[in-house]
Design a protein around this ligand. Structure first.
Ligand SMILES: CSC[C@@H](O)[C@@H](O)C(=O)COP(=O)(O)O
Ligand SMILES: [Zn+2]
Length: 219
């Protein structure tokens, strides 16, 4: 059994999620109700854990008393509620199980969708030598990283079952093809830093690609 969650722990997680949700909504990171967020509450004990997750299908630019609920490692609500957890909760559960992280943020952006398609054939998005790679705690000079891309099945359990094989240990994120990114960290602060870095690197990479293609055409 994981230890019982106190009201204070729950309120702290909801408050943190609420602040992050408003911040990301302000950046246009939740178009058309897309995206979902979660924070783990309490420790992982005997592979059992609890996390606060966004309710499904909400306008995530609005703040209401019904934005979040608690679920367990099986993605099932741990308290009586009318709310439905995010349709993608099983992806969160699997990432917590595999990484032991403390927070997971998922967003759909044009840049993460474009890069997932541009790099689909190679199976991952390569980024070379950009300073912001250090946001992942990768400090080597001119580091090269690859961000894995997974197929975007309609069956969320099928997506979740492919995560273990796709994970790259030092990369705190995965991209679903023409869908969006999942980024995580030890806590909400770190998950946010990672997500911001991924999105910056995707925009950089997409624009670099455009410039390089245009200059190749001119030659
Ligand atoms: C409305 S399109 C986006 C959804 O299909 C899904 O990908 C998503 O990110 C949000 O689902 P949700 O159930 O609200 O967490
Ligand atoms: Zn999604």
């Amino acid at each position: 059994m994981s230890s019982p969650i106190t009201l204070e722990q729950k309120q702290r997680a909801y408050s943190e999620l609420s602040t992050i949700k408003a911040d990301f909504a302000g950046r246009g990171w939740f178009p058309a109700t897309s995206g979902n967020l979660s924070i783990r509450v309490g420790e992982i004990v005997d592979q059992k854990f609890t996390f606060a997750v966004t309710a499904s299908g909400k306008d995530k630019s609005q703040s209401t008393p019904e934005d979040f609920l608690l679920v367990n490692e099986l993605s099932l609500p741990t308290e009586a509620t009318n709310l439905k957890p995010s349709a993608e909760t099983k992806i969160h559960s699997e990432i917590y199980r595999l990484t032991g992280c403390g927070a997971i943020f998922h967003i759909h952006t044009v840049y993460n969708n474009l890069l997932s398609e541009l790099c689909w054939e190679q199976g991952s998005i390569p980024i070379e030598g950009v300073e912001l790679i250090k946001a992942f705690n990768i400090w080597e000079e001119d580091a090269s990283i690859e961000i894995p891309i997974l197929p975007n099945y309609a069956d969320i359990a099928k997506i979740a079952s492919g995560i273990e094989a796709a994970l790259i240990p030092r990369i705190p994120g995965i991209v679903l093809r023409k869908h969006g990114i999942y980024a995580w960290g030890a806590d909400a602060f770190e998950a946010k830093r990672h997500l911001e870095a991924f999105e910056y690197l995707f925009e950089y990479s997409y624009k670099l690609n455009l410039i390089q293609r245009a200059s190749t055409r001119r030659r």
